[in-house]
Design a binder for this molecule. Structure first.
Ligand code: DGL
Length: 251
């Protein structure tokens, strides 16, 4: 079983790619919506929430756990690997390397939650992969909640408020370093214009999952939420075009 979790619906962007690569894998998706958004909590809080979420998925038989959330990966991935040596963890990190290879202007913008940047995730990546490139961290407070509520219909003005300062600073490449942002990549592209490349790591991360996880099963997907199962069903319909009957989990 492949377990996948996020604070909410963002990780569905990764789940969708895993499903396309592994059609018969059994997957369990956990949306910790009672505790969302993670990106405006402290790193310590997110670490303990991630610990709980991973624990639920392991109880449900997950041998591989995908931390489909940049905030939780930044706060907890190393800790989870240390405390659960029998489980394979795949996490998210800002896709600085492909962005540095793609930029022509030498300016890359990274969009993520405030808490992801608190973890100072960029320093090591920029040193290793982006020498000579200006990498601008840009927190987007509120985006994850807007995308929970409106999905791909998130208002372009809210998108432009965060994207335009990066475009104005000369960025021609934008890294989506929060899994929720995948669902507004079309909106970001409209706002940023045709000269801007958007780097979304959902597919490369799914490929990594396909390398490490068990691929055979019945192809079932179980959805769990710590929030309202009806609401999640509506979100899954809107974002993935799939009918699902999520189970509620008490926290
Ligand atoms: N989807 C998450 C991420 O990738 C977190 C969004 C949130 O809960 O703030 O960072």
């Amino acid at each position: 079983v492949i377990g996948v979790f996020d604070s909410g619906v963002g990780g569905l962007s990764v789940l969708r790619e895993i499903r396309s690569l592994l059609p018969s894998a059994d997957m369990v998706y956990l949306a910790d919506q009672a505790n969302a958004p993670y990106g405006e909590r402290s790193l310590d809080e997110v670490r303990s929430l991630a610990e709980k979420a991973a624990g639920h998925l392991i109880e449900r038989g997950a041998g591989t756990v995908v931390v489909a959330c940049n905030t939780a990966s930044a706060a907890a991935l190393q800790h989870l690997r240390r405390t659960h040596p029998g489980t394979a963890f795949v996490g998210m990190e800002p896709a600085v390397k492909p962005a540095a290879a793609a930029t022509r202007t030498g300016v890359v913008g990274v969009l993520a939650t405030p808490t992801t940047f608190q973890a100072e995730v960029l320093d090591g990546l920029v040193g290793r992969f982006a020498e000579g490139v200006e990498v601008i961290p840009h927190p987007c407070p509120g985006w994850a909640s807007l995308i929970e509520d409106h999905g791909a219909d998130t208002h372009p003005e809210a998108i432009a408020r965060e994207v335009m300062p990066l475009v104005d600073a000369g960025a021609d490449t934008l890294v989506l370093a929060c899994t929720h942002y995948s669902f507004v990549s079309g909106r970001i592209a409209e706002v940023a214009g045709p000269g801007v490349t958007i780097v979304d790591p959902a597919l490369p991360v799914a490929r990594q999952v396909a390398r490490v996880a068990e691929a055979s099963g019945s192809g079932a997907t179980t959805y769990l939420t710590t929030g309202d199962p009806e609401r999640l069903a509506g979100q899954i319909r809107h974002l993935l075009g799939v009918e699902a009957a999520p189970e509620g989990l008490s926290t």
